[in-house]
Design a protein around this ligand. Structure first.
Ligand SMILES: [Zn+2]
Length: 440
């Protein structure tokens, strides 16, 4: 689809139908990153105050919690006094999700399931205002590299296991003017077809997991293939740490900048890499704190407070990653603070007897209903062990289906063994890993 048609006809129609004002929000926020730091801080303070006041007045969880801690929002000196509020964990939201919703707010909503690194999915409810802000902030980041709404995207991503979910994603891909390359089926047999598909599509940019993009780039380099007709303006990596070697190979292969995105399903883009290589925090969208940890040298636990979500705001939300914040100026002109030393989002590969590397995110795509928690383990290529903490929804039929789906992606030769357990231990660092391998 031509990007102009995609932007002005298709996207605008979707916005109107969904009641999600992405384009108007983008126009409103486009210049904020370039404001003087004092104005950005003032804007943050005002937004924080409004979010907390609404939470105190209308949202059951916060009303009770603030009261229990003797907190009155009007007496807080923000943002410093935010530290007086308790930290919010994923477990708390999972246990009592309805208590985070403002019952006076009758917005239309949609639900998404996190596919992060926790090994335990979380249902995220977003109203249209939050969704519009998340998308507008995302496009503002991409515009830094000359990419905007309607531009053609190649997405190296997961493909849902269930047919109905797959169809819904296919429709979304068409409307968003993108094609999807399965991160789970990237092997030497499929790659020539993918390259041809990309060549015909003529994308403006790529988006995906760095390990998958690196794998695809290496294959192109090894085979010494021509990239005629493929000239992306930028390659955006997400979901995992982008290592220097990965960046080097991807940039060299596609001859364009590689920009790292740090985001979550819950909050959208948290920080995005500018042309000078710095990860700028989206300070008008989220207030980010870094709480020092005793055993680290300056790096701290990252807490997020949402500034544009009145419906069900997350306040001091522990996203499970660590990093450092810096106010040093950047030559790119963006005045938002910088996030450094980001850690905690590693992923890996399951290796099959045929030596195919399959991104470990496949486990989270397949093991859903009835699975409270899981952890995969691989010591040799012929075996994959998966521990599962289950609930009553997990039937024998579902287990058969999960096994079938896993074999579909990993081949028939690998032996997959499930073991039901009561609990799965965390790492000594406190982090939960949903896949552990001794092969890489
Ligand atoms: Zn910058």
């Amino acid at each position: 689809m031509h990007p102009v048609v995609a932007k002005y006809i298709v996207y605008r129609t979707i916005e109107t139908c969904r009641g999600e004002k992405v384009s108007a929000t983008l126009d409103r926020i486009r210049k904020i990153p370039f404001l003087p730091p004092g104005e950005i801080k003032k804007l943050q303070r005002e937004k924080l105050t409004r979010i907390l006041q609404n939470a105190e007045k209308n949202i059951p969880y916060y009303r009770q919690t603030f009261k229990a801690h003797g907190i009155q929002v009007e007496r807080l000196d923000l943002p410093q006094d935010l530290t007086k509020l308790p930290i919010l964990s994923k477990e708390t939201i999972r246990e009592r999700p309805r208590e985070f919703i403002d019952p006076t707010n009758k917005s239309r909503t949609s639900e998404e399931v996190t596919s992060g690194t926790s090994g335990r999915p979380l249902v995220v409810i977003k109203d249209r205002q939050k969704s519009a802000c998340i998308r507008a902030v995302m496009f503002r980041c991409y515009e830094h590299y000359g990419v905007t709404i309607g531009n053609k995207q190649v997405r190296f991503w997961g493909i849902p296991a269930k047919r109905r979910d797959r169809r819904r994603e296919q429709l979304k891909d068409i409307l968003a003017n993108r094609i999807r390359i399965s991160a789970f089926d990237l092997n030497n047999r499929c790659m020539p077809g993918y390259l041809e598909e990309i060549r015909k599509f003529k994308p403006d940019y790529f988006y995906g997991y760095p390990c998958v993009l690196k794998q695809f780039s290496e294959w192109i380099q090894e085979k010494n293939l021509s990239l005629d007709g493929i000239h992306p303006r930028v390659i955006i990596t997400t979901g995992e740490i982008l290592y220097p070697l990965q960046r080097e190979i991807i940039a060299k292969t596609f001859q364009c900048p590689v920009a790292n995105e740090y985001g979550t399903t819950e909050n959208g883009v948290v920080a995005f890499e500018c042309c000078c290589g710095n990860m700028h925090i989206m300070a008008d969208h989220l207030y980010v704190e870094s709480i020092p940890l005793s055993h680290s040298n300056g790096s701290g636990k990252l807490l997020i407070t949402e500034l544009n979500n009145f419906y069900n705001p997350l306040i001091r939300y522990d996203i499970g990653d660590t990093g450092m914040l810096s106010d040093k100026p950047c030559k790119c002109g963006i005045r938002f603070p910088i996030l450094t030393a980001l850690q905690g989002r590693d992923s890996s590969f399951i290796i099959t007897p045929e030596n195919t590397h399959v991104n470990d995110g496949i486990l989270e795509y397949i093991l859903r209903k009835g699975v409270v928690k899981f952890q995969g383990f691989q010591r040799d290529k012929n075996h994959l062990h998966i521990k599962i903490v289950k609930n009553d929804d997990l039937t024998a039929e579902l287990m058969q289906e999960y096994k079938r789906e896993l074999h579909r992606h990993l081949g028939e030769r690998i032996k997959i063994e499930f073991k039901f357990v009561r609990e799965i231990a965390r790492e000594p660092s406190g982090k939960f890993r949903y896949f552990i391998t001794e092969l890489i």
